[in-house]
Design a protein around this ligand. Structure first.
Ligand SMILES: [Zn+2]
Length: 258
């Protein structure tokens, strides 16, 4: 079972990494995709201690600039990303966001494009945050068909989902689906093939039905697997098997080292 999107190096998780990883391993988590957000998180990820995460079999690290943090980035950020990327497995968390919390989309576009180009050049997968911008991202993917990755915490329409899947992309399903009110998301995920899905928590940021946002941890990814198994009417072990294979195949096919 793989949590394909967690912020292990953001507070409060970063202060407690060995315990957080132990709790995940106890819950059956075998792998983590750890993503960056802002420049301070790059520094922490660069100075990671692999012994802290040794309780899980595979940890894949992504480096990238999240769309919320594009407003005041230091000069030379792109050169730094390019220089450091060989020590990482993927480009992320990057993306486009037309929500209220995000900077102007015009500021986000060049930063997104530059990072997607790095993903294409290096062959490393892209881990995307997309909020109300699926039209723009799908347009980019159409023009750059060799780029592969995950749309994390997918929130688009069934038609958007089909377009991503047709282009070989995976869709991340997170703790939101455990909430009673998530009727729309549940309906969409129920109609999607398991072969296109991966599990995630976005911890600590996104919560679950009983853990508030800001306090979640990778061990909660099991609750996501359980909810998908309920929606699809299949065994939870089968959901775990298929989604784990999807996640690992992506990293293998994009030439990332485990
Ligand atoms: Zn995230």
């Amino acid at each position: 079972m793989i949590d394909t999107h967690c912020h292990l190096f953001d507070p409060p998780l970063v202060d407690d990494i060995p315990d957080v990883v132990n709790r995940a391993a106890d819950a059956g988590v075998s792998g983590l995709f750890v993503v960056a957000t802002d420049i301070p998180s790059w520094d922490r990820l660069q100075n990671r201690n692999t012994a802290d995460t040794s309780q899980v079999q595979t940890v894949h690290y992504a480096l990238g600039l999240h769309p919320w943090f594009v407003a005041d980035i230091p000069e030379g950020w792109l050169e730094r990303l390019e220089a450091e990327l060989p020590a990482f497995d993927a480009v992320g968390e990057i993306g486009l966001d037309r929500g209220n919390r995000a900077p102007d989309i015009e500021l986000q576009m060049p930063v997104f494009h530059a990072q997607m180009e790095l993903s294409e050049q290096t062959g490393k997968s892209a881990l995307l945050h997309v909020v109300r911008a699926h039209d723009l991202v799908l347009q980019y993917i159409k023009e750059h068909p060799s780029v592969r990755g995950i749309i994390h915490a997918f929130s688009g329409s069934p038609a958007d989902a089909r377009s991503y899947i047709d282009k070989g992309w995976l869709l991340g399903v997170g703790g939101g689906i455990t909430r009673e009110r998530a009727h729309r998301l549940r309906r969409i995920v129920k109609g999607l093939p398991l072969e296109a899905l991966v599990l995630e928590t976005d911890s600590p940021y996104l919560g679950t039905d009983d853990v508030p946002p800001g306090r979640s941890e990778p061990y909660l990814v099991r609750k996501v697997a359980e909810k998908i198994s309920e929606l699809h009417g299949v065994d939870v072990e089968y959901v775990i098997e298929v989604t784990t294979r999807n996640a690992l195949n992506l990293m293998l096919s994009t030439g990332s080292a485990a």
